[in-house]
Design a binder for this molecule. Structure first.
Ligand code: CS2
Length: 509
């Protein structure tokens, strides 16, 4: 990652012991500069299978479960991690060598703490060994299959909400049920085994940033199962619980600089550590047909309706992230903290949240929205986690239809302001041309990268060809007010540049 620095100050420099590889052998030595699991990992049972073990799962859900094991002796909820993508090979290798242990460093502006997390006790590389995933899914002790499949992993049409049956991954899974490539093939296969065996199904818990993530996976999975058998679809619709939940913890992609920092400061050689901010939040709807871990003991909030929490988080945190990512990158910044701290960005971001998003967010029980937005700006400004602008800019084709476009639509319906939200779309389109204002290449990381780039280049200051992607924009391309505002902002970005456009929009009342 360009611009990486091995110095992850401000943690005080400590003299670490001779560095050792992370593995269960370290647990015998007891705590050191870092904490270790204080429970017997041999005596705990897997109760959760998690598909999509990346940085976020390991800084969030796996930590909550580790806390339960650590402080409340809850022995039934260890996690079996599953990777289903070819790129999960690196995680598989690291966790196999490390007895599934890894280092989590929580870092704020004044302190850092490291801990070896032990709640993940198995990891299966489903991409190479799908049969083993199915075998484990038939274990009656596994009561929950949770997911972090990214916003794009749910394969639905952004404007209709329906499962994209023509998606290559979905087509593959329907034709090759024994070796799936998507969450759908795994979930359907696992649930079908249980149905045939007369076993109760596991709960499916989506932990992705989608409004109504439980509703989304229920709808899309049922549609997928309908292609296999009506009995299975009916079983899924009637017997499987799909709680909605809101998840939150900013977790940058793991870098070599972090690996070095952990080795230098804690004496740990970890192939796949994770560094995150100290803040974490999880709000879940409480319907789990097969029971659940008592997560309320470790700070998780249970509620009957998670919708207001999700809307607040996705429309404020994730949307502001996107607004910072594209425009910030075009202005030459590479880290989110630099953008959040930049004086010229603050009025833009504040007004985006206050004027264009806050009016759409319903009252959230126990939350003061001004305080919430203040805490977001503080979290974004945390310079020690070095969250990458390019991490935020990944997969815009599936993130922006969830984070930004719904707010534009709702504002258009109520005749409210959209300029600042629309600047995020304009910046994305400018970003997608693949070349910045200094003629340097911009890396585009999106499954639709080629198509997006071609259309962004064909559009330039006339957004109509780009907006014709109705699978992303729905009918927004027919809205004259939106198209006019987007055209003006694109003209400004191309003619005056990113910084001048930011100044102009930031100074609007
Ligand atoms: C980010 C999220 O991917 C993104 O664009 O906004 O990963 C964000 O960091 C998390 O949702 C924070 O909980």
């Amino acid at each position: 990652m360009s611009g990486e620095s091995a110095d992850q100050s401000p943690a005080k420099k400590t003299v670490a012991p001779t560095a050792q590889h992370v593995s269960k052998a370290l647990l015998k030595a007891g705590p050191s500069l870092y904490q270790i699991p204080g429970y017997n990992r041999e005596a705990i049972t897997v109760g959760i299978m998690h598909i999509g073990v990346g940085g976020f799962h390991r800084s969030h859900q796996a930590l909550y479960i580790d806390d339960l094991l650590q402080k409340h002796n809850e022995k039934d909820w260890a996690i079996c991690g599953v990777g289903i993508m070819p790129q999960d090979a690196a995680m598989h290798k690291a966790l196999s060598l490390q007895d599934c242990l890894y280092t989590l460093v929580e870092q704020d502006n004044n302190s850092a703490s490291a801990r070896l997390i032990g709640s993940l006790t198995e990891y299966i590389f489903g991409y190479e060994n799908p049969a083993l995933v199915f075998e484990r899914m038939a274990d009656p002790n596994i009561k929950i299959v949770s997911l972090t499949a990214t916003e794009g992993g749910y394969c639905f049409n952004q404007s209709t909400g329906a499962l994209e049956l023509n998606h290559p991954g979905i087509q593959h899974d329907l034709k090759n049920p024994g070796s799936p490539r998507t969450i759908f093939g795994y979930l359907a296969g696992g649930l079908e085994q249980r149905r045939r065996a007369g076993m109760p199904p596991f709960t499916v818990l989506s932990c992705d940033n989608l409004q109504g993530n439980g509703h989304v996976i229920r709808r899309t999975l049922t549609a997928f199962c309908r292609e296999i058998s009506l009995e299975l679809a009916r079983f899924v619709e009637t017997h499987v619980s799909f709680p909605n939940c809101m998840v939150d913890r900013i977790t940058p992609a793991t870098t070599d600089a972090q690996r070095q920092y952990i080795q230098d400061h804690y004496g740990l050689i970890d192939a796949y550590p994770v560094v995150s901010e100290p803040f974490k939040q999880w709000v879940i709807e409480d319907h789990f047909s097969q029971g659940r871990p008592p997560l309320e003991l470790v700070g998780v909030q249970f509620t009957n309706d998670v919708a207001p929490y999700e809307k607040m988080k996705i429309r404020l945190l994730n949307a502001t992230h996107s607004a910072m990512g594209y425009l910030g990158y075009l202005c030459g910044y590479r880290y989110i903290y630099e953008i959040a701290q930049a004086k010229e960005f603050q009025p833009y971001l504040q007004k985006l949240m206050d004027l264009e998003v806050t009016p759409l967010v319903p009252a959230v029980p126990g939350v003061n929205l001004s305080d919430y937005k203040g805490s977001l700006m503080e979290r974004f400004s945390n310079e020690n986690i070095k969250d990458q602008a390019l991490r935020i800019c990944m997969d815009g084709s599936s993130k922006l239809p969830k984070f930004i476009l719904p707010s534009i639509k709702e504002e258009l319906e109520r005749g409210g302001p959209i300029t600042r939200l629309t600047l995020c779309i304009a910046s994305w389109m400018r970003f997608l041309t693949g070349v910045d204002e200094d003629d340097q290449p911009i890396p585009i990381d999106d499954p639709l990268a080629e198509k997006l780039k071609a259309l962004a280049l064909a559009s330039k200051t006339d957004p109509r060809p780009f907006l014709a992607m109705t699978e992303i924009f729905g009918d927004l391309g027919d809205n004259k007010r939106f198209v006019d505002e987007l055209t003006d902002l694109l003209e400004s970005l191309y003619e005056k540049g990113a910084r001048a456009t930011l100044d102009e929009i930031g100074s609007l009342g």
